[in-house]
Design a protein around this ligand. Sequence first.
Ligand code: NAD
Length: 499
Amino acid sequence: MKELSHWIDGEHVAGTSGRFADVFNPATGEVQARVPLASKAELDDAVARAAEAQRAWGATNPQKRARVMMAAVGLINRDMDKLAEALSSEHGKTFVDAKGDVQRGLEVIEFCIGAPHLLKGEFTDSAGPGIDMYSMRQPLGVVAGITPFNFPAMIPLWKMGPALACGNAMILKPSERDPSVPLMLAEIFKEAGLPDGVLQVVNGDKESVDAILDNPVIQAVGFVGSTPIAHYIYHRAAETGKRAQCFGGAKNHMIIMPDADMDQAADALIGAGYGAAGERCMAISVAVPVGDGTADALRERLVPKIEALKVGPWTGGDDVDYGPVVTAAAKENILRLVESGVEQGAELVVDGRNFSLQGYEDGFFVGPHFFDHVTTDMDIYRKEIFGPVLSMVRAKSYDEAIGMAMDHEYGNGTAIFTRDGDAARDFASRINIGMVGINVPIPVPLAYHTFGGWKKSGFGDLNQHGPDAFRFYTRTKTVTSRWPSGIKEGAAFNFKAMD
Ligand code: NAD
C-alpha cells in the first residue's frame, strides 16, 4: 500500500511516530494509502527548521517572492489534471469539480503576485519639524495553516500563498483524509523556486494540532474546519498569544421571493445543494420560499430535478453530478440526521436512504434527499449535515424568512432570489452573515475580495485572501524619525501636537 510522507526542508520525509491514518478511495471504500500522523517532536523539529529558513526568506525582497508565486501559477496550470485526479481519488468529488477546487486556490496565488504592491507601507513626509513617519508591514515569522478535507487544494493554497508572499514560513497541517494534493503543491512550490524549509507540510491529527498551538515559535494560526474545532483552536491560540483566524461550519439559507424566476431558483438550489455531495461550507442546505405558492412552485420544479441527479464515481464521466462523501463515518452521520428529520416530523419528499450504486456497493455514496415542511426546532435545520440533503422551510413573509437566517447560529453564506431591488438591497444590508448572493446561490468572493463568515462560522477579525490576508500575515511597525538637522527643542516632558 502507498505510504505518504511529510514534506520537510524540501523533501519527502517518512513519519517516525509509528502512528498512521488510512486514506480511502471513497468511491470503492478501499484504503488506498496511509498517511503518517506527526508526533509533537516531529512538529517541533519542522518548526525549528522553518524558523531558520524564514530568516532569509523574510529578508528576500517582495518582487523575488512574487516571482516564486508567478512560477507556481504556471506549474499548477501545467499539473492541473494530475492534481485534480489525485484530489478526486481521495476526496471523491467529480473531476470537473476537483479542477475548480484547484482553480479557486490558484486564483489566490495569482493575487499574491501583487505582493510588492500589497506590502507597500505608508509614509508621511514632515509629520513634524524635521520629522518623517513611516509604517511598514513585516512578516510574522513562522505561521501555521490547518485545513479541512473538503477543499484539499483551494484552502491550503489560500493559506500558503499569502503567508509565503508576505515573507513568512508556513507549517501546513492538511486534513488527514486527503493529504496527497498538499504534498504535490509543496513539490510545485519547490520547483517554482521556494527555498527549502519555508513550507513544511506536516501531516497529523489532534496531536500535531496541539503541538502547533503549544509551540512558542509559531506566531499565527489560520484554521478552516468544523465549528467546535475552530472554537477550540481560537481559544487555545489566544491563550498562547498567537494571532488566530478560525473559520467554522455553516448552514446557508437561500430565500426565494414570490417574484423570483422559479426555474432559475430551482436550478440554483440543485447545484448549490447537491454539488460536491453537499460537502461545501458554502452549500445551500436550507431553501426558504416566501409564501405557500412560492414553495409549491419551487417544489414542483425541484423534485424531478433531484430525482434525476446522477451520483457516481469521479471516473464515471462528465454527466456525474456528484460523488461519494469522504468517509463511512460521514455517510453514517448524514443518514442519522436524515432519520432524525423523519422522526421529528419533516416530510421526506425525495428519499435517498436506500441508494446503492452497482459495482460500488462499498463506496460512501449517499443518495439525494429533499425535505419539505421542516421547522426551525428540528435537528436537520439546526445542525450542519454536510451531505446531499436539502431542507425546505416555508416562511409566511420576507420578514420571517430574513429573521430565520439571522437567528441561526451560523453565518457563513446566504442568498436571496428576487426581481425586487428593494428587497435585495434590504437583505444585503441587514443580514448578519458574511457572504451574500443576490440571485447567486454560492457567493464565494474572488481572490481580490475577502472570504469569511460571521457568528459561529468565523472566529477572529480578519478574513481569508484578498487584502485581509496580507494584513493577517504581517505586523505593522511604525517608525518616527528625526535627523540632527531637524529643529532642536531641548528635553520634552509632555505630549504635545507636532507643529
Ligand atoms: P474538521 O474540523 O474535522 O477538521 C479540520 C482540521 O482540524 C483537520 O486538519 C483536522 O485534522 C483537524 N482536527 C480534527 N479534529 C481535531 C481535534 N479534535 N483537535 C484538533 N484538530 C483537529 O473539519 P473537516 O471535517 O475536515 O471539514 C469540514 C468542516 O469544515 C465543515 O464543518 C465545513 O463547513 C467546514 N469548512 C468551513 C469553511 C469556511 O471557510 N468557513 C471552509 C471549508 C470547510
